[in-house]
Design a protein around this ligand. Structure first.
Ligand code: FAD
Length: 517
């Protein structure tokens, strides 16, 4: 019931821009911020962009934006907020690229730290046996890719979209089609520099301050602000072979996915998505897939059936083309897709990894990027995925999907259970991502209310069947729900909070802890 109440409140509260009311106490506080000696600076006007995010559903105005030029600017600010004591109610949110969907990077009447201002600190690529790159927490993954490619290297694990910051994705997990093999991005970090909620600048790794290290990874910004990260690299291929095949039977689709993520010699990237009625093979905003036979693909029509698309890539360099083609052929021969539905493309590694940006530019030009994005990301245990799919794709989402729906399996063995991210308790679990958009000209079936209602039905189904689902990029509004999300790991999470952010000033937009008053 609490879940229903929270969701109802959310939908009736759309776009509330909450004004900052400055009493005399507040103006004293703001004057005290102005008086701090910093390398960067505070802005007190033009705060609106810090009250927005990709989700476009929550708008909480902060009182100030810090544009730090150094790590000590962040430490000084946090120490100052601590000195003001609990009565100031001032909180602090790091804002990466603001691509959360439910106000997670916002701070109502608090301070938003614009992490991209730290970006100018130089990235350092270290080649060698175990190559790595040392970057700022406000760095965008796309810029890391450009820089590391100059050295013939690249990070191993990605998200589907690269215009996100290191601090933003490491605070969640960072999942894409490489995660079945390399684990999420949080499994590919050697070291972090963090400013804790006590204003201390701490270096941490699996051998040094490891409790903070693992706490911060997937920690939803609760324990500290990531100011630097050392990220594992590997030799970068020049090209990828990009393949899509279709299935009409969900159980055959997932059997093939599971075969591929467990095979020794397999693809380098494995994902999948659902094609519901109008969501065609090419009509999908999150991808620039351009098959070698575009005519065949454009003619492809699902005839109203729900289909499942398995998407894979194989990395290669031009001099390895023949060997790569043989490997791909051998892998494809093990699969049971609909024979006439093999769609293939070859693109540069950069083009593949940055694929969503192409669509972003197109949507931006049509004014369709900055619209509400009510997203729902779930992790479903393997043993329950069939039952889940039967209800969700067979019953709840039959007519339209309002955006891509991703479904792909992950190997639990590639996750470190000391990090803060909560995942289902089975060797294989599925990411199911409902990446919905509510376009302004929406019909009733495509409107925000309808999408939120469908998501509620999906969540209710998970609750009713007790299927062990865990939300990814979780969103809850009351602590009871957060406790249930963390389950037996809540105690550790709460202990870490009191150790590293005892006044609960960090990342208030997650709504896990309230600042002590
Ligand atoms: P923000 O939205 O700015 O911040 C997110 C949270 O992290 C906030 O609580 C904030 O306070 C905190 N935070 C930000 N920076 C720091 C820091 N330096 N230190 C500590 N805390 C910090 N995710 C995936 O895993 N896989 C995907 O394939 C994927 N695709 C996406 C595609 C699109 C188009 C979008 C919009 C999002 C996608 N995401 C994906 C989700 C994305 O990874 C998260 O929303 C991520 O948090 C966004 O990064 P950001 O830099 O915009 O963070």
């Amino acid at each position: 019931l609490s879940c229903i109440t929270a969701r109802t409140n959310v939908s009736s509260n759309l776009h509330p821009t909450i004004p900052t009311v400055l009493g005399s106490d507040s103006s004293n506080i703001l004057s005290s911020l102005k008086a701090l000696t910093l390398d960067g600076y505070f802005s007190f006007d033009d705060l609106h962009h810090a009250a927005r995010d990709f989700g476009n559903q929550y708008n909480f105005l902060p009182s100030a934006i810090l544009r730090p030029k150094s790590v000590s600017d962040i430490a000084t600010t946090i120490k100052h907020v601590l000195q003001l004591g609990p009565s100031s109610k001032l909180t602090v949110a790091a804002r990466g690229h603001g691509h959360s969907t439910q106000g997670q990077a916002q701070a109502h009447k608090g301070i938003v730290i614009n992490m991209e201002s730290l970006q100018r600190r130089k990235m350092k690529v270290h080649a060698g046996k175990l190559p790595f790159v040392d970057v700022s927490g406000g760095e965008l993954w796309i810029d890391i890719l450009h820089e590391t490619l100059r050295h013939g290297l690249a990070p191993k694990s990605w998200t589907d979209y690269l215009h996100l910051t290191v601090g933003g994705t490491l605070s969640n997990a960072g999942i894409s089609g490489q995660a079945f093999r390399h684990g999420p991005q949080i499994s590919n970090v050697y070291q972090l520099e963090v400013v804790t909620g006590k204003g201390e600048v701490v270096s941490c790794s699996e051998n040094q301050n490891e409790d903070l290290f693992y706490g911060v990874l997937g920690g939803l910004g609760q324990f500290g602000i990531i100011t630097r990260a050392t990220i594992a690299l590997e030799p970068a291929p020049k090209m990828v072979k990009w393949i899509r095949v279709l299935y009409s039977d969900f159980s055959i689709f997932v059997k093939d996915q599971e075969y591929l993520i467990s095979a020794e010699n397999t693809f380098d990237y494995i994902e999948g998505f659902v094609i519901i009625n109008r969501t065609g093979l090419l009509n999908n905003w999150r991808s620039s897939f351009n098959p070698q036979d575009p005519l065949q693909a454009s003619r492809f029509n699902s005839d109203g059936r729900t289909l499942f698309c398995l998407e894979m890539t194989k990395n290669f360099n031009p001099d390895e083309t023949d060997a790569m083609n043989q490997e791909v052929e051998s892998l494809l021969s093990q699969l049971n897709y609909i024979p006439s539905t093999l769609f293939v493309s070859e693109v540069s590694y950069l083009e593949f990894l940055d694929r969503v940006h192409v669509s972003e530019l197109k949507l931006q030009s049509k004014g369709l990027w900055e619209i509400p994005h009510p997203w729902l990301n779930l992790l479903i245990p393997r043993s329950k995925i069939q039952e889940f799919a039967a209800e969700v794709f067979g019953n709840i989402l039959t007519d339209t999907s309002n955006g891509p729906v991703l479904v792909y399996p992950l190997n639990r063995s590639k996750w470190n259970n000391r990090t803060s991210t909560v995942i289902p308790n089975e060797d294989i679990f599925y990411l199911v991502a409902f990446l919905s958009s509510a376009a302004p000209s929406s019909t009733r079936m495509e409107g925000l209310e309808h999408i939120l209602f469908q998501h509620k039905r999906i969540l209710d189904f998970c609750e009713a069947t007790q299927n062990g689902m865990k939300q990814y990029l979780p969103h809850y509004t009351i602590q009871e729900e957060w406790r249930a999300h963390f389950g037996p790991r809540w105690e550790v999470f709460a202990q870490r909070k009191s150790a590293y952010d005892p006044l609960a000033i960090l990342a208030p937009g997650q709504k896990i802890f309230k600042k002590a008053t």
